[in-house]
Design a binder for this molecule. Sequence first.
Ligand code: HEC
Ligand code: HEC
Ligand code: HEC
Ligand code: HEC
Ligand code: HEC
Ligand code: HEC
Ligand code: HEC
Length: 560
Amino acid sequence: MIGRRCELLSISILLLIVPRAAAQDSPDSVCRKCHEQIYDSYERTPMARASGDATEGFLPGEFLHHESGIEYRLFLRHKEVWLSYDRPQGKGAMNLGGEQRLVYYIGSGHRGRTYLFERNGFWFESPVNWYSKALLWDMNPKSLDAKEMPFTLQVDSTCLHCHTSGAAMSLPGSRNHFADAPFAEGGITCESCHGNASAHLAQNGRGPILNPASLTGSRRDSICLQCHLEAEVAVNQPGRSLNSYRPGDDLFEDVRFFVHRGEIGSGRRATSQWEALLQSACYRKSAGRMTCMTCHDPHSDPPPKERVQYFRNKCLTCHGSSAFVTQHHPQQPDCTLCHMAREKTENVAHEQVTDHFIVKRPSAWLATETSHDEELVAVGGAEVSNRDLALAYAQSAIGGNVSASVRGRELLEKAEKQEYKNPAAPQDRPPQDADLHAKLGYLELVSGDISAAAREYELALAMDPSDSIAAANLAVIRAKDRQLPAAVQLWRVVAQEDPAQTGAGYNLALGECMLGDPNSAIQDLNRVIAFSPDNQKAKELMIQLQATPQLCTAQASQHH
Ligand code: HEC
Ligand code: HEC
Ligand code: HEC
Ligand code: HEC
Ligand code: HEC
Ligand code: HEC
Ligand code: HEC
């Protein structure tokens, strides 16, 4: 074991210095002719290499995941990256074996790397990740304790927006179904921050192009925050999303971000640098002058040797005139060591983050508990509508925060009433906010008001028939209401359009069986298993149905 790690160590140095393989044909290479220095230094940053072809810097490996008893192997075959999974017979769960090609990577390898794969046009994240610090392959951080192989981790447009360039929008009906390639270009390209460059290029560099330095306030900050802010809950504005944001826009017109009041951003969650910075004395007392660019050069990372001096100089642009500051701790030039400590994060993918809170006394800071109230507030204290706050609570509830569901329901019911009395449209116009009704449907469902839930889901689906989560839940309500054919009809559409909802696929098979149709049930279970090969529940039902299809006929006579 130790031997293998040492071997990996020597190879992994290669991984870190492998240049972006597609550099020559990257759309950014046209910029090099005139902006050579920026281009060359940017190419070396983790952002430029945030994603790409799975073969780039790939290292083969294998490991046994004890919790699930599955052996994973990663290897190259015909210049493609493949994952094989294997659970021999008699290891607790049912046996499993198969292979999957991995197409792209996400994560420069600076800290970690995950992989994307495709099945029938649907895109998923691999169950296993490469951990660059530990130099090993292991389960995806979301699945460390999984008893079954997680094979339906959806890769949606939002994920792609932050990690790739030219992210495609998913087809209606699911979050991870793409008509073609899921994104146009690996890595974060110049256009991610500078917007469309065609006018600039058409006139040989004399045409206009966005320079973020010409922006102010939240339009300026949005350039980085479009990818570096997730908060606890993000609420899309009606008809908008992260993917509708373009450089130069105000991100907060597309998405509103919420955190729990008193919640400490940095150190507890990745991509929270902004939340932390907003609370720092440096930010609060420098009258809007402080941005991400105050300390970071978007086109380059300081080389390790210059890093301490680089950041120290940044601090001293504001603190350089204070004799106390320039003279305290002369033996330690690294200001960040004390004032911007590094700490392990809760979400493992992001391993360690630099505290952007910039506190005076780091030791006291690191000891603070994450105690915070249940109240959700907008990041930066922005004004928010009742609807946005209501949806924030609803989303928090869906994320598993039980106490948020009561507050969410209350606020959503209020927002629903307001929807009819929109001052901009005084006549009683029909509701248009599908998201509002779908979320309210969910909260009514968990509160036990089934008929209210059904009404909300019907409204949501009338406005947005492609909301497969609403459809799947409405189907459950129909089934409970003894309207099995209607339920089966809904589940059928969901299973077709959103196969990652394996629960809906399973319910569909069960429903078909109860309606006396074992053949359809078996066919639909096959689809569930095709997407989720280790789905024990589906496999058990399959064995039952294959052995005794007459079970279904018996069920049917009972049902009628
Ligand atoms: C709002 C933007 C955003 C979304 C959405 C998002 N990420 Fe990230 N992710 C980031 C940023 C920014 C970082 C780097 C964070 C840091 O270093 O603090 C990161 C870090 C990572 C890393 C570690 C990379 C490394 O080398 O350190 C992986 C792997 C990753 N994300 C995978 C994913 C996957 C897979 C999804 C979607 C299923 C996703 N992320 C969704 C913004 C996002
Ligand atoms: C992560 C965002 C980001 C990416 C990616 C990016 N830039 Fe920039 N760029 C900026 C920001 C922000 C500024 C303004 C810097 C400032 O405030 O001084 C800028 C400024 C510039 C300028 C103005 C002159 C200068 O020296 O500052 C040029 C030219 C430029 N970028 C070219 C490029 C090229 C070429 C690429 C791709 C190889 C690229 N940028 C990629 C964010 C980015
Ligand atoms: C044929 C030469 C040429 C090419 C190719 C070119 N640029 Fe430029 N670019 C210029 C010149 C000239 C300027 C203006 C002078 C300066 O400030 O450098 C400029 C300015 C800029 C600015 C600052 C604009 C402003 O208003 O301050 C940005 C940003 C920029 N370029 C980005 C890019 C990106 C991104 C690409 C590739 C997609 C690119 N350029 C390709 C020549 C070019
Ligand atoms: C389109 C999405 C996107 C935009 C826009 C963006 N970033 Fe990033 N950034 C990322 C991702 C993804 C990573 C993680 C890259 C990786 O390691 O895989 C990252 C990593 C970083 C890092 C860490 C680099 C390291 O050494 O680990 C810094 C610093 C950073 N970004 C600063 C900025 C700044 C400043 C801006 C605005 C000028 C910006 N980013 C805009 C997506 C983005
Ligand atoms: C844009 C200007 C600016 C930059 C850059 C800046 N600061 Fe500050 N910082 C301030 C201001 C203004 C204050 C408040 C000073 C006061 O209250 O007298 C402050 C306060 C502080 C405090 C006291 C915090 C507290 O809670 O009282 C520390 C510590 C600090 N800065 C460290 C740093 C370090 C370390 C860096 C570099 C990583 C840095 N600052 C960069 C402007 C800046
Ligand atoms: C006062 C200076 C300062 C400001 C302002 C600042 N950063 Fe940082 N940031 C740092 C330092 C120092 C590091 C650690 C870099 C290192 O160790 O190489 C860092 C690291 C990072 C990293 C790498 C991951 C991590 O947490 O270590 C990301 C991503 C990042 N910053 C994003 C941002 C974004 C986005 C903004 C604006 C919201 C921002 N930073 C504003 C100083 C700053
Ligand atoms: C070895 C740890 C350490 C290093 C290195 C360090 N500081 Fe400090 N700094 C402290 C401590 C501890 C305090 C609190 C002092 C107090 O309250 O008596 C402090 C206080 C401060 C303050 C607040 C001063 C005030 O008026 O209250 C600022 C600003 C500051 N440091 C900036 C910096 C900058 C900039 C650097 C790098 C040039 C730096 N520090 C390097 C530990 C450090």
